[in-house]
Unconditional design. Structure first.
Length: 278
């Protein structure tokens, strides 16, 4: 056990210890890793919750298996299933959750290093986080381009096509247009690959709303240096969280968890006000 972790974290391993660690100014940089579980209360289903996740519930005709909806080879043959789902995920159609507002509050408090998000709904930015505080590991819907000639496609035309569940075609070569979200079979954004270990500079890691099933994102929390407390806020234990003496597990919904942490920090009223403005 690394001696530079304050004893109160090791002894009590509770949320209050983490909050004290933040309040005492030990922490200027928090790195956060999030997944679909932070957006489910915004009405966006996650992927793997049995019976509710997209991979269980998608009933789109023409899909050989539900994961194919994000498969590049399948999209090139048949983009219709993706565009029948895109409307649900497209920015502007959902209100951020209080968990997204908590990320914004961490930034306003000056202790957010970076949010690594697997989500493509950009609700973190809609909650107020500046773009430079985000690393989108799996891309997002904020931009789109042709899958053949890579010409960018206009945002307003894209929004219209998504609304009507129509497949946008490139204005230059007429091939299909795809949002800049990472499909299975595509390379990951350079912004993510170049910054994967940025979190090693943090003094605290928070992991929220992810099953940690998809590599290389899934390995990031376990590769954080020993001695950095890691707080998991998730319905269930995931990854190697909980195996280190200074890990703290807060099992339950993200929205309840961030309210509890905010309350321990004395920030709950401020958080509720911030969220009320989204
Ligand atoms: N509060 C807390 N945890 C929740 C909540 C909630 N309200 N809702 C869901 N969860 C948990 C689930 O129990 C699960 O552990 O969040 C996790 C969501 O896991 P997944 O559905 O696998 O989503 P995610 O981890 O983001 O998936 C990663 O898979 O298909 C790819 O690219 C896709 O980015 C996605 C990646």
């Amino acid at each position: 056990i690394d001696e530079n972790v304050p004893p109160e974290i090791l002894e009590s391993r509770t949320l209050d210890a983490v909050a004290k660690y933040i309040k005492d100014g030990h922490i200027s940089d928090i790195v956060v890793f999030v997944g679909a579980g932070i957006s489910t209360s915004a009405g966006i289903p996650d992927f793997r919750t049995p019976g509710k996740g997209l991979y269980d519930t998608l009933r789109v005709k023409g899909l050989p298996r539900n994961e194919a909806i994000f498969d590049l080879a399948f999209f090139k043959e048949n983009p219709d299933p993706f565009y029948s789902l895109a409307k649900t995920l497209y920015p502007g159609s959902r209100r951020p959750t209080i968990t997204h507002s908590f990320l914004h509050l961490l930034h306003l408090k000056g202790c957010l290093l970076k949010v690594f998000s697997q989500n493509i709904d950009s609700l973190e930015q809609e909650a107020g986080l500046p773009r430079e505080k985000m690393i989108y590991a799996h891309g997002n819907f904020l931009t789109q381009r042709c899958i053949e000639c890579f010409t960018e496609y206009p945002d307003d035309e894209m929004r219209e096509k998504v609304e009507k569940e129509e497949v946008p075609r490139c204005n230059s070569c007429n091939a299909f247009v795809k949002p800049d979200i990472v499909f299975f079979g595509e390379k990951l954004p350079m912004e993510f690959l170049d910054n994967m270990y940025l979190g090693h500079r943090a003094q605290l890691a928070i992991v929220m709303g992810t099953s940690l099933q998809v590599q290389p994102f899934a390995s990031l929390p376990q590769e954080l240096p020993e001695g950095m407390p890691r707080l998991l806020i998730n319905m269930f234990q995931v990854g190697d969280l909980g195996t280190r003496a200074d890990d703290v597990l807060l099992l339950g919904t993200c929205d309840d968890g961030v309210r509890q942490l905010a309350s321990s920090l004395g920030w709950l009223e401020e958080l509720e006000e911030l969220w009320a403005k989204t």
